[in-house]
Design a binder for this molecule. Structure first.
Ligand code: ZN
Length: 129
């Protein structure tokens, strides 16, 4: 059995396009220059994962901050983690449905990414079970 990700309608503000340099500067200001430590929030389930988390699961680098990390986990593990709240899920953006909020200009092509995890807005994401 598999649940569909929950899609929230409305409140879709047109996001300004951020230049790649600004995106990198923002990441570095939050997490430092080691991109392995950069943390992203899935826009569907709210799960927070770092670049290193993705790579440890064998996810391709172009999936980091783009598709939910649950895609690279065993389904049983996803189910178990979800029981504790905060995802993960199996969200992957498509042409028909892309909820990724950060629009980034990468050499003339606009890529869409998850928001960075920000401690000030995600204080309850790291409480112990
Ligand atoms: Zn997710």
């Amino acid at each position: 059995m598999r649940e569909e990700p929950q899609h929230e309608e409305g409140a879709v503000a047109a996001s300004p396009v951020m230049h790649l340099d600004a995106f990198i500067a923002l990441g570095e200001s939050l997490f430092g220059s080691d991109k392995g430590l950069w943390a992203f929030v899935c826009p569907v389930c709210g799960h927070v994962a770092t670049t290193n988390d993705y790579l440890l699961l064998g996810a391709p680098t172009n999936s980091v901050g783009f598709s939910c990390i649950g895609l690279w986990m065993e389904e049983d593990l996803v189910e178990e983690l979800r029981r504790n709240g905060n995802g993960p899920c199996r969200y992957a953006p498509s042409d028909a449905l892309n909820l990724n909020p950060l629009h980034v200009d990468i050499r003339g092509h606009v890529g869409r990414f998850f928001d960075f995890y920000q401690v000030s807005t995600g204080a309850d994401a790291c409480k112990d079970g």
